[in-house]
Design a protein around this ligand. Sequence first.
Ligand code: NAD
Length: 286
Amino acid sequence: MRILDNRYRCDPKAAAALAALDGVEVVEGDVRYANAVEGAMRGVEAVVHLAAVCLNKSISDPTESLDVNLLGTQNVLDAAARGGVRRVIHASSASIYGNATSLPTHEDTPPSPLTPYCTAKLAGEHLLSFYAKRSKLSWLALRFFNVYGPGQQTDAYYTSVVLTFLRRLAAGEAPVIDGRGEQSMDFVHVTDIARAVGMALDSTASGMALNVGTGCQTTIADLAAHLIRALGMDVQPIFRPREVLVTRRAADIGRIRETLGWEPTIGLEEGLASVIEHLKVTGELN
Ligand SMILES: NC(=O)c1ccc[n+]([C@@H]2O[C@H](COP(=O)([O-])OP(=O)(O)OC[C@H]3O[C@@H](n4cnc5c(N)ncnc54)[C@H](O)[C@@H]3O)[C@@H](O)[C@H]2O)c1
């Protein structure tokens, strides 16, 4: 297995641990450079395309976002098609639905990408279709919902709220919620995401996008309550009166169930416990 990463955001310890595994080669390189991608693609049978700069960066720097997320994806798919790669799994995103009005959201819901990041993710799905017609590659695009889990970075756009609340609680402070905390997310554990990627690689299904979520909506207020309970603390969240755009997320997971036989296996309570446990091991939480 070969991993191409420009180390923009990868955890150096995790990268070193991966590089130490038998049969794993970690190559430092950037998806924006076609030569680097082509070199990393040599002899490869299947590609999981995860490299991206995330949503918040997309708003502050649309050009960089499109450079990495659109042209970088184009480089990956072009090299894969020309190199005779058999299978590509593309990390797409629930954000392509915009402020979804139909919940749970089905894959056939018309997309409404609101930022360059979301536009690039959706374009990646269309580019896959373009390349599949011109080569032997088969593909699936996985539309991840709100991924969380042990080891996640503090600035993970959608799910940093988990760590932000936990860090405040660790300092003995109440979580602060903007508005009434009615915004909801569909939190899906990283272990279930990894299983979905593995099953997508092994499947012969091709040419479609699949939601990867749990189907459960958790509001920000519910999340705060879950975390307070998990830590056995006696605090109440602070509600900060603010105009907030109330967005909601919940995945319709009928298609991935039917296509891959995938089901989420880690519920929110167990998943949050795994994040808390990790923070205890790293000494960030007592
Ligand atoms: N985390 C989520 O909730 C979520 C939701 C929807 C979709 N996704 C998608 O899943 C994928 C993984 O997300 P993540 O949260 O682990 O993101 P991340 O930012 O933690 O990881 C992205 C990786 O890509 C690498 N990278 C960035 N720019 C690169 C470049 N130009 N060339 C090579 N490597 C580069 C980074 O160093 C990092 O290791 C991304 O494509 C993301 O858009 C994530």
